[in-house]
Design a protein around this ligand. Structure first.
Ligand code: GDP
Ligand code: MG
Length: 369
């Protein structure tokens, strides 16, 4: 399969090899300067530096002849991708339902909203993408696989219960992923609600609202009674605006698997969140150790679509096997290349399982250079 050395890739992008190695480590790939990485890993790393890998020529030595920088004028604004986290029963599902119920515009009469683990909401001022599924474990698994899918986290804290174990876990996960947190203090309708206590407790974790001299955005809502939802969505859009989220739609699709399953009729299907570029019907792709060709795509309402641009969740059919949540999804030139990469990775896993590899630290890897 397509391979390139770390030093060559760094050289083509005019960045330090050490920076490439660091990025690779965040993707879970341990490689020293003279080692090869495969084509899609290279594409991913390149995209982190704002480069596109233009073509993968099929020579055994160096299959990454050209990279080019994304130009500012090619970048367009994209909606934010948001994960809702918080302690059990604090109202995550209710909050997502409240947003969906108050803001799903094209809801067909009696239409069943297909569950694909992610959905897009149109509000008057823009669009938002919410990830439904990731519990803390899925979130961590995704991060471990390098799928940085979330732009920020909404931390739901029940005003009648305050900060609990999973609240703190959620804070830690978000921090580890370097993702900003917006606080939604929920259940403010309850007589025992004590938002001040929530603020006091969150302050101890350095989440401090502006009114207390901090810089964390706080919303106060009742998911049950749909109170404060519009103000909450405004805050989300404000956060998104501050982040100036952009992506280039006119390159091949790069994304992440949000969830996957084996469907009796359709075979393996996965919800893919496209991060960059555009995913199209007929595209060949790799996702983790699996590969395939996009046979059909459904949007979050279950409608067939022919393409999906940045920050769009779609259900994809056409996988040769069931991928895992958090697998990086990447379009490649041809099905043949997709199969090569998939099979190469499966083989590496078998080799890895056969040998016990000691994990190298960043310092060790740098020391070898
Ligand atoms: P999750 O575990 O975080 O997804 O929590 P759920 O959304 O399932 O909510 C847990 C319980 O809290 C359910 O019984 C909800 O009806 C209730 N609940 C959620 N939001 C509110 C709210 O704003 N006010 C009140 N009074 N109850 C709520
Ligand atoms: Mg729930």
């Amino acid at each position: 399969p397509a391979l390139v050395t770390v030093s060559n890739l760094a050289h083509k992008m005019s960045v330090k090899a050490a920076d490439v190695i660091r990025h690779l480590l965040t993707l879970g790939v341990h490689a020293s300067i003279n080692e090869n990485v495969d084509y899609d890993t290279a594409t991913l790393v390149a995209s982190e530096f704002g480069f596109e890998v233009e073509s993968a020529e099929q020579s055994e030595q160096d299959l990454l002849p050209t990279v080019r920088l994304d130009r500012a004028e090619e970048m367009v604004s994209r909606p934010p991708v948001i994960t809702v986290m918080g302690h059990v029963d604090h109202g995550k599902t209710s909050l997502l339902d409240a947003i969906r119920e108050t803001h799903v515009i094209d809801q067909e009469a009696g239409g069943i909203t297909q569950h694909i683990g992610a959905y897009k909401v149109k509000v008057p001022k823009g669009e938002l993408v919410f990830l439904d599924t990731p519990g803390h474990e899925a979130f961590t698994a995704m991060r471990a696989r390098g799928a940085q899918v979330t732009d920020f986290v909404v931390l739901v804290v029940a005003a009648d219960d305050g900060v609990k174990d999973q609240t703190i876990e959620a804070i830690n996960h978000s921090r580890a992923a370097n993702v900003p947190i917006i606080v939604a203090v929920n259940k403010i309708d309850k007589p025992e609600a004590d938002p001040e206590k929530v603020i006091r407790e969150l302050s101890q974790h350095e989440l401090i609202p502006e009114s207390w001299g901090g810089d964390t955005l706080f919303a106060y809502v009742s998911a049950k009674f749909h109170q404060g939802i519009d103000e909450f969505l405004d805050l989300i859009l404000l956060q998104a605006e501050m982040m100036e989220l952009k992506a280039r739609p006119d390159k091949r699709g790069i994304g992440a698997v949000i969830e996957a399953r084996l469907d009796k009729g359709k075979g393996p299907v996965a919800t893919v969140l496209v991060r960059e570029g555009t995913l199209k019907l007929g595209d060949a792709f790799v996702a983790g150790i699996h590969y395939g060709k996009v046979r059909a795509m459904l949007d979050h309402e279950g409608k067939p679509v022919e393409e999906a641009g940045p920050a769009t969740p779609v259900e994809v059919q056409g996988f040769a096997g069931v991928p895992e949540a958090g697998d990086v999804f990447l379009v490649v030139d041809e099905e043949r290349i997709a199969r090569q990469i998939g099979e190469h990775r499966q083989q590496k896993i078998r080799e890895h399982e056969a040998a016990i590899v000691s994990p190298a630290s960043v310092d060790e890897l740098l020391a070898r250079m």
